[in-house]
Design a protein. Structure first.
Length: 217
């Protein structure tokens, strides 16, 4: 009986050690992912300042000669950078849901996309740029399978259209005042909702074929 008890005790100890190692490893991996996300957001903080300066530049120099070509090109490059940032962040979120301490950084990224959208609207008006602005409204906290599928459809459309389509996903439920104003302005009450070139609103899930009725790449 003593030998059997000793075996059980050792087996229990080994099991506990393995369990603790698993917990520690999981914590270490999650901490590493969180730090990587923080690094991404710090880089976005610089881009956020850059975006605001771009908006000021567009306003000051929009009547100057040779303004439109360089301005549109730089805005398109900016679109490519924040689009790639968004893809990486979505991958991080799928692996490790954002902790409350990172919601602020997530909000900052959304503000960056809002500023980019406003810059894109200004350039379309000033320079008659021919790209399409597509804003996709979704829920951050109550994301559904339908929204996930809609996001995949829009990503496929973006890959097809490239720089001809400015894809700007925005969450409705992060308590961002500017987005609340947009919701009131366009009467957005459900997700998913898609806004094309600030005048076409499509509520509910949209297939690629349905979207291509309004979007020509």
């Amino acid at each position: 009986m003593v030998i059997q008890s000793d075996v059980f005790w050792k087996a229990g100890l080994v099991t506990m050690v393995i369990f603790l190692l698993g917990v520690y490893t999981g914590y270490w991996l999650d901490s590493g992912r969180v730090e990587q996300i923080r690094k991404e957001y710090k880089e976005m903080d610089i881009r956020w300042g850059d975006a605001k300066l771009q908006a000021m530049y567009y306003n000051v120099f929009k009547n100057s000669s040779n303004f439109c070509g360089p301005a549109i090109e730089e805005n398109l490059k900016f679109a490519d950078r924040i689009y790639e940032d968004g893809v990486r962040i979505e991958q991080y979120e799928k692996i490790n849901k954002l902790t409350p301490s990172l919601i602020t950084e997530k909000t900052q990224y959304i503000l960056l996309k809002l500023q980019f959208w406003l810059n894109s609207i200004e350039l379309k008006k000033t320079c008659n740029a021919n790209y399409i602005n597509l804003v996709y409204f979704y829920s951050h906290y109550k994301g559904t399978i339908q929204e996930s599928v809609q996001g995949a459809v829009l990503l496929d459309l973006k890959n097809k259209c490239g720089r001809n389509l400015m894809l700007i996903p925005l969450p409705l439920d992060l308590n961002i005042t500017t987005i609340d104003i947009i919701k009131e302005q366009y009467g957005i009450e459900k997700t998913p909702t898609i806004l094309i070139d600030e005048n076409i609103k499509l509520e509910g899930f949209q297939t690629k074929n349905e979207l291509e009725k309004y979007i020509t790449c």
